[in-house]
Design a binder for this molecule. Structure first.
Ligand code: PMP
Length: 338
């Protein structure tokens, strides 16, 4: 597959911005102030951050057993979605309901975009997908797995069929992968050149530092890198993310707590009358509840904020798995409102 042919001509003609890093004793080349604040040990706020986030990418790449050159950093993974659509352009295709930014960013960039409904089990409707691939001829297909807001993983064999069938790029958004039993698509990057995998640190305790990654063939990384703003992940975020990645055990233990709370929450909700939770591989649970709007408002009045999916999954609410105490508060109030 010739990736360059898929890249928009204006991006193809671009050269990536290079902020050269030259070692020196006195750095006076970039209009930075000599006076800074030591907010965190070893972070110099007076200087621009490493534009290529080398250490951060190296550590993240190591955690996935890929090479650093296959990883690109983003100010959250939604910035990478923006950069990917900027690089390749539309048409952009995605199953619905899903993460709304695929459509919003396509629209903002003036690119054609189309959604197609997931089937009754929230899985890919392959007939519909085949038809849309032929009709729309997408340059980009976004597959969120586990999917937000439904919570389930899409079946891997169906996703694989899409990757094989399309003449465009397939972006597998694994924002919630660490909460899932399903295997990551990262190892398949070796085999399929038209695959991009998205990851984020936002769901594992670091949403505040806005750090995400895409993993792909070097050729794709190099093209998307051209539209990335030079210092997109700031120095504080890089430092905090590096420290967090070094504390992998702590990260894993947090993920495991969420998974076990998710099981408890699901079981409790499944036993409630008038509540239908959908099985989840993510750190949230989608549930159908009678009078969803009223329940949503009732919960909020009692201080519990969940997500009302009125616009994209009518009659459903989405609750994020919190600490055991937070989950108990949610359950108690939901029970009372029912
Ligand atoms: N992808 C999916 C499927 C998401 O649900 C989210 C966040 N809600 C993102 C990407 C964006 O995550 P972030 O920008 O925080 O990395």
């Amino acid at each position: 597959m010739d990736i360059k042919k898929l890249v928009k001509p204006n991006v193809r003609a671009l050269k990536a911005y290079r902020a050269e890093e030259i070692r020196c004793k006195v750095k006076l080349d970039a209009n930075e102030s000599p006076y800074g604040f030591r907010v965190l040990k070893n972070v110099r706020t007076s200087k621009y951050p490493d534009p290529e986030a080398k250490e951060l990418r190296r550590l993240f790449a190591k955690s996935l057993k890929v090479r650093t050159e296959n990883v690109l950093h983003g100010n959250g993974s939604d910035e990478l979605i923006y950069n990917i659509i900027t690089t390749f352009g539309g048409p952009v295709l995605y199953p619905t309901p899903t993460f709304t930014m695929y459509g919003i960013i396509s629209q903002a960039l003036g690119e054609k975009h189309a959604g197609l409904s997931l089937d009754d089990s929230f899985d890919l409707d392959m007939d519909g997908m085949n038809r849309q691939v032929q009709r729309v001829k997408p340059k980009l297909i976004f597959l969120s797995s586990p999917n937000n807001p439904t919570g389930n993983s899409l079946s891997s064999d169906r996703m694989l069929k899409v990757i094989k069938k399309t003449k465009g790029i397939v972006v597998v958004d694994e924002a919630y992968q660490q909460f899932s039993r399903k295997k990551s698509f990262v190892p398949l990057l070796k085999k399929y050149k038209n695959l991009i995998v998205l990851r984020t640190l936002s769901k594992v305790g670091l949403a505040g530092i806005r750090t995400g990654f895409m993993v792909a063939h070097k050729e794709i990384v190099d093209e998307v890198n051209k539209v990335r703003l030079p210092f997109n992940v700031n120095a504080l975020s890089q430092k905090v993310a590096i420290d967090a990645l070094k504390k992998n055990r702590q990260l894993i233990s947090h993920i495991n707590s969420i998974i076990s709370e998710r099981k408890r929450l699901f079981k409790t909700m499944a036993n409630m009358d008038r509540v239908l939770p959908f099985p989840s591989d993510a750190n949230f649970i989608l549930f159908y509840v009678k009078n969803a709007d009223k329940i949503y408002r009732g919960l909020l009045k009692r201080g519990v904020l969940v997500r009302n999916l009125r616009d994209i999954a009518g009659g459903c609410l989405r609750v994020t798995v919190g600490t055991p105490a937070e989950n108990n508060t949610f359950i108690k109030n939901l029970r009372q409102l029912l």
